[in-house]
Design a protein around this ligand. Structure first.
Ligand code: CAA
Ligand code: FAD
Length: 379
């Protein structure tokens, strides 16, 4: 493993950092309060190539590696975890699978506008009664010859109302269990497809989370990705990569809270000295710094394995598990270091604390990551 970043990695990290400071920071508190999706900012991220970072330039992507991707996500998540998750879903849950398993026609029609940021994508696996237990799909895609008829409800879908293209997982043949599941590309506006109201959330409030309802939606067979019955494996493989993105998001939330806490501790004085000179505070910062560094190496390791075409499912689960726990712990301590100021919105850390929580839940809860890791080590 090469521990040095290339010039290109450093440039991308800096570009993401600058974007976060100039484009995301102004208005991030208002977007959180009013649950506003960062629409204009996502458009600009697309123009800068951040929405199809790892996609081949032949399909309008930026042709970068996963290391670049996690460096960018970390920087954006320090400021705005809502924009970061919208970007992460488009890159790792939508573009990745379309590029790897889509037909040329699908790539031409759907991947190009998604990778260029012209359109946004969503990934719909979870259902009201199938979250962790993802094989228990109730949404059905009944085979009607040249098309499927889709019925059911998907829950908690990120980019739910902002997306134009949805990858929907559904059961075609119940008797075949997870081998009877398909993944279909559904366009916004398809007859019988409706979108529920925006969820009112604890954190990542700028991200638009909605349920999706399908009522006899006709989806052409040409919109199935991969072979018949490939949908569950597609979802699992996609999530292996997605979890690296969420791990980077969690790392960014933690690192953002740490940077703010360090700066604050150096200037806030109590009992005649900066609070950073009280050992209780200095040691909190030492613990935060150490845990963030460990999380960063797990994230970079998982990204590096993916770039080397080596197996990365266990490494990505470990990175997500650890980084999300670090994000939660670090942000709670960040609020503590800020005292009363930490409890009000202007100081940002209370938002980061609320945002951190979701990283332990979506793209597989911490318990599910432990299931993936333990199955791998016990195999
Ligand atoms: N890659 C390829 N295939 C895989 C796989 C992987 N990583 N993991 C499992 N499979 C295959 C298995 O090999 C098996 O196939 P065979 O029968 O041919 O062997 C099939 O899939 C079924 O696997 P399991 O028997 O292991 O299935 P399970 O019911 O025990 O579930 C699980 C496994 C890991 C718990 C899975 O259900 C899971 O990941 N659950 C969490 C779901 C999740 O992460 N949802 C996230 C939704 S997206 C999201 O959240 C986005 C966002 O917020 C931004
Ligand atoms: P459950 O599966 O009901 O789990 C409840 C609790 O039980 C959890 O603590 C869980 O870890 C634990 N548990 C469950 N099974 C076990 C077990 N076998 N062993 C030990 N513990 C267990 N999904 C999408 O498909 N696409 C999206 O874009 C998307 N975006 C999301 C955005 C937000 C803001 C949220 C909140 C969710 C999103 N999700 C999305 C759904 C998310 O992936 C699920 O919420 C998550 O996988 C957990 O499923 P669940 O909510 O049904 O919880």
């Amino acid at each position: 493993m090469d521990f040095n970043f290339t010039e290109e990695h450093l440039m991308i990290r800096q570009a993401a950092k600058d974007f976060a400071e100039t484009e995301l920071k102004p208005g991030v508190i208002e977007r959180d309060e009013k649950q506003l999706f960062p629409k204009d900012q996502m458009k600009k991220l697309g123009e800068l190539g951040f929405l199809g970072m790892m996609v081949d330039p032949a399909y309008y992507g930026a042709g970068l590696d996963t290391i670049s991707y996690v460096l960018a996500l970390e920087e954006l998540s320090k400021i705005d975890a809502s924009a970061a998750v919208a970007m992460s879903v488009n890159n790792s849950l939508v573009c990745f699978g379309l590029e790897k398993y889509g037909t040329e026609a699908q790539k031409e029609k759907y991947l190009k506008p998604l990778a260029s940021g012209e359109l946004l994508g969503a990934f719909a696996l979870s259902e009201p009664e199938a979250g962790s237990d993802a094989t228990s799909q109730h949404t059905t895609a009944i085979d009607k010859g040249d098309h499927y008829v889709l019925n059911g409800t998907k829950n908690w879908i990120t980019n739910g109302s902002s997306a134009s293209i949805y990858l929907v997982i559904a059961q075609t043949d119940v008797a075949k269990g997870s081998h009877g599941i398909n993944v279909l590309i559904v366009e916004r506006g398809a007859e019988g497809f409706s979108i529920g109201p925006k969820e009112n959330k604890l954190g990542i409030r700028g991200s638009d989370t909605h349920s999706l309802m399908f009522n006899d939606v006709k989806v052409p067979k040409a919109n199935r990705i991969g072979e018949e019955g490939f949908g569950f494996k597609f979802a699992m493989e996609t999530l292996d990569g997605g979890r690296i993105g969420i791990a980077a998001q969690a790392l960014g939330i933690a690192a953002g809270a740490f940077e703010m806490s360090t700066a604050y501790a150096k200037q806030r004085k109590t009992f005649g000295k900066a609070i950073s000179e009280h050992q209780a505070i200095a040691f909190k910062l030492a613990d935060m710094a150490t845990e963030i560094e460990a999380a960063r190496w797990l994230v970079l390791h998982a990204a590096w394995l993916k770039d080397q075409n080596l197996p990365y499912a266990k490494a990505s689960a470990m990175a997500k598990l650890f980084a999300s726990e670090v994000a939660m712990k670090t942000t709670v301590e960040a609020v503590q270091i800020h005292g009363g100021y930490g409890f009000v919105k202007e100081y940002h850390v209370e938002r980061l604390m609320r945002d951190a929580k979701i990283t332990q839940i979506y793209e597989g809860t911490s318990e599910i990551q432990k299931m993936v890791i333990s199955r791998s080590v016990l195999k």
